[in-house]
Design a binder for this molecule. Structure first.
Ligand SMILES: Nc1ncnc2c1ncn2[C@@H]1O[C@H](COP(=O)(O)OP(=O)(O)OP(=O)(O)O)[C@@H](O)[C@H]1O
Ligand SMILES: [Mg+2]
Length: 319
């Protein structure tokens, strides 16, 4: 069904409710006020899909939602960005679509997720033959796929057998166990994305350089996102650093997922790693300038101006 996408993404789909200006302490029995509210597309996988499609890569998204308005609005947002959504299954007798409440602080944030349908997405919700028709396969939020979890390594292996390139972003493990068979997926990966905190957890180490050395020995390419310090690529025993772009940050929600979008957009076109890294940092910087992970990308005039203006200052980037 539908045309063959360049990138097939499997992942969770929920809405972000972002409440800005909430006090750091949350006393009981008080009417606390937020200074701004944004309801926008949430989920690491969905933010990546949305922004990658708007950069010009063709993307399909496979997921499971509940029969409720939140699931419907997520599908509309993805479709408006040009994402192929025929493989999002709406299941009537399961849980509703999940939600995340985000309370941004200055450089950090509080985040609470009700997983809903994402905990119930199973292998039977996915059309593996369709996924295998893409050129690249990606899955985000490894630890949020409770039902799919035992099948994830097999899914990646099947995609590799079919000749696809693959990538995974672990994101956080809410159980803080950092296992669930993650290492069995490593041999099937072309790219492992994580942030610095996640890297330490995956490696079970306290030193970031030692952790990167250990994890990069187990995957073809490791990418570590370092917030305002940019990101690093580890590939074939070499490390390459790319600085972040200096911008007026509104919030960093979804910046990591948008970095993945920028990096993959260039990597899938065989750009040199330096350029992939620079474009990942550029896309991520754009995402930090508006609330949530997709608001800055939705505004096409703003997006194109930002990308053109900043790429003319950095290494030669082909948009
Ligand atoms: N203050 C900042 N200024 C400019 N760019 C930033 C800033 N913070 C983050 N970025 C960009 O966003 C990228 C991702 O940041 P981060 O390390 O927060 O990833 P993450 O934790 O995976 O994010 P997410 O919360 O989306 O999962 C960085 O590599 C950088 O390019
Ligand atoms: Mg992340």
């Amino acid at each position: 069904m539908g045309r063959r996408p360049e990138v097939a993404i499997v992942g969770e789909l929920n809405v972000d409710f972002i409440l800005e200006g909430v006090p750091r302490d949350l006393p009981e029995e008080r009417e606390l006020l937020a200074s701004n509210f944004t309801m926008t597309l949430g989920s690491s996988s969905a933010i990546l899909a949305h922004n990658l499609a708007l950069l010009g890569t063709s993307v399909s998204f496979s997921s499971r939602i509940g029969p409720d308005p939140l699931g419907e609005v997520c599908c509309q947002w993805l479709q408006q960005a040009g994402v192929e959504i025929d493989h999002i299954r709406c299941v009537r007798n399961g849980s509703n679509t999940g939600v995340t409440f985000i309370l941004p602080l200055v450089t950090t944030r509080r985040s609470i997720t009700y997983p809903g349908a994402m905990f119930e997405m199973g292998i039977e919700d996915l059309d593996t033959a369709y996924l295998a028709s893409a050129q690249h396969f990606h899955l985000s939020s490894f630890f949020l796929h409770r039902t799919l979890s035992p099948h994830i390594a097999g899914l990646f292996a099947a995609m590799k057998r079919n000749g696809l390139t693959t990538s995974l972003d672990t994101n956080d493990d809410p159980q803080d166990e950092w296992d669930s068979g993650l290492k069995t997926v490593f041999p099937e990966l072309d790219i492992l994305f994580c942030n610095e905190r996640e890297l330490l957890k995956i490696a079970q180490m306290e030193n970031a350089d030692a952790a990167a050395e250990k994890v990069s020995a187990a995957v073809r390419m490791l990418i570590v996102k370092r917030g305002a310090r940019g990101a690093s690529v580890y590939s074939q025993g070499q490390r390459m650093d790319g600085p972040a772009i200096s911008v007026q940050v509104q919030d960093t929600v979804g910046a990591g997922d948008t970095f993945n979008a920028g990096f993959l957009h260039r990597w899938l076109r065989n750009a040199p790693l330096e350029e992939c890294l620079a474009f990942g940092n550029l896309a991520a910087a754009l995402s930090t300038t508006r609330p949530g992970g997709t608001e800055a990308f939705k505004d096409s005039g703003y997006r194109e101006r930002f990308l053109a203006e900043h790429s003319s200052r950095g290494p030669q980037l082909q948009l």
